[in-house]
Design a protein around this ligand. Structure first.
Ligand code: DX5
Ligand code: ZN
Length: 224
């Protein structure tokens, strides 16, 4: 089970300190939400911020591209230090070309699906993926409530990946807290993006610890 704090919920005025605090508290990776004000209504940050975070940590950077025309920017985000490039299913018609380009660049290839996109539509692409990201909220903002329809989607993908013998990460992004993280773990998720539940109230260390305990307990339920 890997936990990836989402920097969208961190204090942008002290981003470096937030990265260090989360790393010391045991973050396995960092999730960076790139939003262009077009594919989603919000605007966040671009490659310069990815590059700045890269100087602060050696943990993998999971870059979630909520942008139109992702193909135009893959090289730039890879050069900035992304380890995984996650493109949106809805942002392109050329899924295979994009995913293979990401791997050509030496990064891991991820695909995210909006809550209104049936996950079955990605079935034929599962073999091309290092990560499939199920969204627990509508992309655009942190701090939204988890949509429970993500859980059967995780179960469906878990079954397909297991049948294929795939070691791809199954990630859940949006609305993950101790309770929903445990449910997602029981449904087969292996990678947990956590924004508000890490950088919101309380200390980053305690928050990450509580999330990890709940998620590990949820994962143990899945095995039973
Ligand atoms: C939503 C983003 C998420 C967001 C998660 O568009 O993709 O990564 O930062 O934040 P929380 O965990 O607060 O829902
Ligand atoms: Zn995200």
């Amino acid at each position: 089970m890997r936990l990836a704090p989402s920097l969208l919920s961190a204090d942008f005025g002290a981003l470096g300190e937030a990265v260090t605090a989360a790393e010391q508290a045991g973050a396995d990776a960092f999730h960076l939400d790139v939003m262009d004000g077009h594919f989603v209504p919000n605007i966040s940050f671009g490659p310069a911020v990815v590059r700045a975070v890269r100087t602060r940590t050696r943990r993998p950077l999971d870059v979630h591209l909520m942008i139109s025309e992702p193909a135009r920017y893959l090289d730039e985000f890879r050069e900035a230090g992304a380890d995984t490039l996650v493109v949106h299913f809805e942002a392109t018609t050329e899924h295979r070309r994009l995913l293979s380009r990401i791997r050509e660049l030496g990064a891991e290839a991820g695909l995210a699906l909006r809550p209104d996109t049936p996950v079955e539509r990605a079935e034929s692409l599962l073999g091309e993926l290092d990560q499939l990201m199920v969204m627990g909220v509508r992309p655009g903002f942190s701090g939204q409530a988890f949509l429970p329809e993500a859980l059967p989607k995780l179960q469906w993908v878990r079954t397909r990946l297991d049948e294929m013998g795939s070691a791809a990460d199954l990630s859940i992004d949006g609305g993950v807290n101790a309770a929903t993280g445990a449910q997602a773990a029981a449904a087969g998720a292996t990678f947990f993006v956590c924004g508000n539940s890490v950088f919101g109230r309380g200390s980053v260390g305690e928050n990450l610890g509580a999330l990890r305990r709940a998620i590990d307990a949820g994962a143990a339920d899945a095995v039973r």
